[in-house]
Design a protein around this ligand. Sequence first.
Ligand code: NDP
Length: 312
Amino acid sequence: MAEYKTKVLIIGSGPAGYTAGIYAARAGLNPILVSGTQVGGQLTITTDVENFPAFPSPIAGSELMTRMREQAQNVGVKIIEDNIVEVDFKTRPFECSSERNNLFSGETVIICTGASNRWLELESEKKYRGFGVSGCATCDGFFYRGRNVAVIGGGNTAAEEAIYLTNFAGSVTLIHRRDTLRADKFLQDKLRNNNKIHIEWDSVVEEILGTENPLSVNGIRIKNVKTDQQKTLKVDGVFIAIGHHPNTEIFKGQIDLSNDGYIITQPDSCKTNIEGVFAAGDVQNQHFRQAIVAAGSGCIAALEADKFLSKM
Ligand code: NDP
């Protein structure tokens, strides 16, 4: 167990966290960043990023995050690989304890814990998670060379995962609960022009089917919500891409959260209801969940923390 004291404690290591770190370090605040369990955040499990400025060619999400981390370290951010499990925002400096029994105290805290995959919450999905059910095409797509897979969802993630999976799979069925996609037009065009991809519209997953021994997916039962007709598709893998929920469990009771669990911040600001505690990135913004937006809000949070500290 170790004790760490800092002016700026950053929780989370996605674009928001690293950017907050870069700005706080350059303001001479010697920030400490606690990385969380998914070091680098959600971008580490995405494929090519084509819309982050300054990269004329696509850059892998994991590579982008490695570069942000290196930049943060180069300007003096102290990065600790650990996971905060409890926070106390009622005392000052704020105290946060970790999975590895470390105690962090910060005169300010910037929360950048992001969001995580949502699941369908079917019993069969839980049963086969890791045995044919996945939340990450980049991580698991490779195992489905020449096989048939399904992707659930109609947003950008689902579209990107479906397209990515065609690099390996024999066929990809996109299953979406409505008759229009939420994904960007650019991705919709890519989907339509890929003859390995078939879309099942207006359809929901009733059950994921498979064998017991070994535990392995071999099909999916879906229902058309307009006709109530059910059908079974033969697939070996199911990728769930139905969005995210904010990682705010440890902040319940400590800070104001919206009904759906996001940290509430003041308009045009990363300030929370607790003076000295800021929130940046997907954990406080469910509308524009983009790396560049998260990075921008990490910057705002660091500037606001600096201003707060200068008045102390
Ligand atoms: P979204 O919330 O955008 O989309 C989730 C999709 O899953 C929707 O189509 C939704 O259906 C469907 N869905 C939600 N719940 C269920 C359920 N219980 N059963 C079946 N389907 C369900 O999430 P994404 O992860 O796709 O994207 C998150 C954010 O990240 C977005 O802002 C997106 O633009 C961004 N993003 C950007 C990328 C890029 O620019 N390259 C890449 C990936 C993500 P419905 O449409 O009916 O609501």
